[in-house]
Design a protein. Structure first.
Lengths: 342, 342
DNA sequence: CTGAAAGCGCTTACAG
DNA sequence: CTGAAAGCGCTTACAG
C-alpha cells in the first residue's frame, strides 16, 4: 500500500500470487502471460481498486501527455469573464479540444514563473505562450530550463529568438485600415492598448506606415486593455473633445471591448456611426456583433491558431521535426453596420 | 543525461563534484550545505541547464498539484464556442483561477474514460465533474479507481451516492416561474433540453410541481442543447403553431441559447415579447443581455460554483476534512425587457 | 557539512 | 510463461 492508501502494483502482485512484472505485463498486454493468469490478475486488481500511477509511468520517458497554455494578456485583463475576451476563450477551448484529439491534455497555467507555482505548472511536455510581453519572463524561464515551447506572436523585444507562430498583425491592420478607407474614411485614427506585445506594437507600426503611404497625419491613442468598455468616454474626449484639432472620421480599435465602449459613448455624444464615424475593431467580441449599430471586426480565427499551436507543441514534445509552416491562418473581415454607409 | 537529452541531478552532481544528495539539498534549501558549495551547485546547474523533473518529484507523494475539470455537457454541445455557453466558459475560467490561487493547476479534460486518453487525463489529484449524465461513466470510472472527485449537480440516476456539490435547480426554476407569473403570465410553458442531467430533470420536476400548485396544465417541449439558437422556428411552431391548443403567454427556457433563438423567431412571427409572451432563460448568455428585447435570465454565478468546487476538490486531494457546505451559491434573477410589461 | 543507500511505483530487457 | 533485477529522476532518513 502506498502512503496515501492507494494500492500499488505490489499489492496486486501479492494478492494474485505473482510478481509485479507479471502484473505489469498482464495489465498492459505486453510480454506473454497465460490467459488464465491475466484474467486472475485483472480480477484481483479490480477487487482491490488498483489503478496504475500515471506519474510513475511518466517517469520512464519523462512525458505525461500534458500541454500547457499560458495566455499572457489575461494577466492584465484581470478577468476570465467572457465579455470581449472571446478571442482567448475560443482559443483556450479550441486548444483543449485540439490537444485531446492528439492524445494530450491541456492545462491552463497562469504563470509558471511564480514562486508558489505547483509542481504541475512546470510538468507539461510543451508550452504554448500566447502573446508574450516584451522580454517576457515566462519565455526566459522556459528557455533557460530547456522546456519546449512555442509562442503565439513574438516577444516584441526578442523577435525570432524562439520558436514562434508568426501572427499576421501587420497585414491584419492593413486589411482593416484599407476597409475603412474604402468605406469612405478620410482621416483614420488608431486606438491601441497599453500591453507591450507584438499585436499592439506591430499594428501601430503598420498603421504608421499606412498613414505615411496615404499622406495622412497619424492619430494614435492608447488605453489599458483592462479598462475594456469603460474607456468609452475618455476615448471620445480624446478624439472628439474641444481640445482636439482635426477629428477622425474613421477609427480602428485593436480590441473589441474598446470598440464596444467607444461605440456606445459615440451614440451618447451624438456622433453617428457610421455616418460621422466609421468604426472597426481588431479582435471581434460577441457584443460587437449584437450592438446597435453592429461593429465591423476582424475574425482572427483563434480556433485555427490554437489548432496550429497545438500541432507545433506536440511536435516539440515528441521531438519530431516541424514540417508545419509556422504561421497562423489569415484573418477575415466581418463587415457590419459600423462601416456601411448608405 | 536523460534519454531525452535533459540533464539530471546526477549530471549536476558530477559536474559540481558532489553527490546527488547534496545537489538536492542545495537546490531545495533543505538539510545543511555550506554556502560556498550551494553557490557552486547553483551555478553549475544553471550552466548545464538542469531542471528538476516534476514527475520524479511527484512520485514521492504521488501528487502533482493538478486538478481536472470535466464539463460533461460540452460533449453534446459539440463546441467550445462562446455563444450561449457563457456559463461553462465562466466556470472553466474561474476554476482555473481558483485553482491557481490555491497552488494547483487546472486541466480541462474531455473524457478520461476514452481508451486513447493520455496519461495525464488520469493524473489529476482530484476531479470536478460538472453536470454528469445519468449513470455517467466518468463518475463510475473515477469511483472504481478511487480517484477523488466532486460532481457539480448530481448524477440523476445515482443521487447522493458520491460527493456532490448540490445545485439548486429546483429553487432556481421556481424563482424564474414565480417571476413570470408575477410579471403577468397566466400559462407558463417550459422549454427544456434533451441531456439527461440533473439540471434538466430537476427543473422539469419543479415545473410540474409548480403547475400542480397553481392548477395550470403543464406544457413542456424538449429540444437538443446542441441545436442552440437554431431551435427558434421549431419551438415557435411547437408552442404557437396551428396544431396548438392553448398558447402559452409565458415561457421558461432552460438555456440561454434556446431563449435567444426563440426570442428572434418570435419577432419574425409577430409574437411580441413581452406583450404577447413573457420570456425568461435559465442560464444567461451574453446575447440575452444584448438582444432586442433583452431577455430576463438567471445568473447561476458559475464563478462562485467553480470556486466552491475547487475548494472541495483541494480538500479531497489533500485528504483534509470537508468543512465546506456542499452547496452552490444562490442564483439571482437579472430582470430585463422580456419580462417587463408597460 | 557531505554522501551512500533505500525508496517512491512503475517498466523493461534479460534470464530462467 | 514467469520473475529477479536494474532503472526512470528525484527525496529523505541516516550514518559518517
Amino acid at each position: 500500500m502506498q502512503a496515501s492508501g492507494r494500492p500499488t502494483i505490489k499489492d496486486v502482485a501479492k494478492a494474485a500470487g505473482v510478481s509485479p512484472t507479471t502484473v505489469s505485463h498482464a495489465l498492459n498486454g505486453k510480454g506473454v502471460v497465460r490467459q488464465e493468469t491475466a484474467d486472475r490478475i485483472a480480477l484481483v486488481a479490480g477487487q482491490i481498486g488498483y489503478r496504475p500511477s500515471p506519474i510513475a509511468r511518466g517517469l520512464q520517458n519523462s512525458r505525461l501527455g500534458l500541454l500547457a497554455l499560458v495566455i499572457r494578456p489575461l494577466r492584465s485583463l484581470d478577468t476570465f469573464l467572457p465579455e470581449g475576451v472571446d478571442y482567448f476563450l475560443r482559443m483556450a477551448g479550441a486548444a483543449s479540444l485540439a490537444a485531446m484529439e492528439r492524445g494530450y491534455s491541456m492545462m491552463l497555467v497562469d504563470d509558471p514563473t511564480r514562486p508558489g507555482a505547483p509542481l504541475s505548472a512546470t510538468a507539461a511536455d510543451a508550452y504554448i505562450v500566447s502573446e508574450p510581453f516584451a522580454n517576457d519572463p515566462v519565455l526566459t524561464m522556459l528557455s533557460e530550463r530547456h522546456i519546449p515551447f512555442v509562442s503565439v506572436g513574438s516577444d516584441p523585444a526578442r523577435r525570432g529568438q524562439f520558436i514562434e507562430l508568426a501572427t499576421r498583425d501587420w497585414e491584419e491592420t492593413e486589411l482593416a485600415l484599407d476597409h475603412l478607407a474604402e468605406a469612405g474614411a478620410e482621416r483614420v485614427a488608431l486606438l491601441t492598448g497599453t500591453d507591450q506585445n507584438a499585436w499592439n506594437r506591430e499594428s501601430e507600426e503598420a498603421y504608421l506606415a499606412w498613414c505615411e503611404r496615404r499622406g495622412q497625419t497619424p492619430d494614435i491613442a492608447a488605453f489599458p486593455e483592462a479598462e475594456g468598455e469603460r474607456i468609452g468616454e475618455a476615448a471620445i474626449e480624446r478624439f472628439f473633445g474641444a481640445a482636439t484639432g482635426t477629428r477622425p472620421d474613421g477609427l480602428f480599435c485593436l480590441t473589441g471591448r474598446h470598440a464596444a465602449g467607444l461605440n456606445a459613448a459615440a451614440h451618447r455624444h451624438g456622433i453617428r456611426v457610421p455616418e460621422d464615424l466609421l468604426l472597426a475593431a481588431g479582435s471581434g467580441a460577441l457584443q460587437n456583433r449584437i450592438s446597435q449599430p453592429s461593429v465591423t471586426t476582424l475574425d482572427l480565427h483563434p480556433e485555427g491558431i490554437a489548432a496550429r499551436a497545438v500541432e507545433v507543441a506536440v511536435h516539440l514534445a515528441e521531438g519530431t521535426p516541424l514540417a508545419v509552416p509556422l504561421e497562423v491562418p489569415r484573418a477575415t473581415l466581418d463587415v457590419r453596420e459600423s462601416t456601411m454607409r448608405g
